[in-house]
Ligand binder design. Structure first.
Ligand SMILES: [Zn+2]
Ligand SMILES: [Zn+2]
Length: 131
């Protein structure tokens, strides 16, 4: 179990959060995570969700992306970059393999060797906010 290996107690709440973030295409704010958990029939306490997100971030199982509004959390797994909507703050993952060329070019131009785990933040307006 991933949680135990990282020295975290394996509470039902943490496991549910990890499952939720793994299943979601989007990266979720704490409030969105609470909503989703409630929708799936698990009454949740906001404070508990905040604490669980902090604990999971601290051990690197999930990561936070800071755009406009509250931080959004996503699962740490396959390397990915992020798109960030400037209007609503929604964050989505974008697989690194789609942007290998762009990242290589950045290295050429600036000599900066990007981290292997997805480093680009691409700002714009999401489809929802563009309509
Ligand atoms: Zn992410
Ligand atoms: Zn948006």
């Amino acid at each position: 179990m991933r949680l135990k290996r990282r020295g975290l107690r394996c509470t039902a709440g943490r496991v549910r959060l990890l499952t939720l973030l793994s299943a979601s295409e989007r990266h979720l704010s704490p409030a969105e995570a609470c909503e989703e958990l409630a929708r799936s029939g698990h009454a949740v306490n906001t404070t508990t969700v905040y604490r669980a997100l902090d604990a999971l971030t601290a051990v690197g199982l999930i990561h936070a992306v800071h755009g406009p509004g509250p931080a959004r959390y996503g699962i740490t797994g396959e390397p990915h970059h992020h798109t960030v909507c400037r209007e609503c703050g929604s964050v989505a993952g974008l697989s690194s393999r789609h942007l290998t060329e762009a990242v290589g070019r950045i290295q050429e131009l600036r000599g900066l060797r990007p981290n292997p785990d997805g480093v680009l933040l691409i700002y714009g307006r999401c489809t929802h906010c563009s309509t």
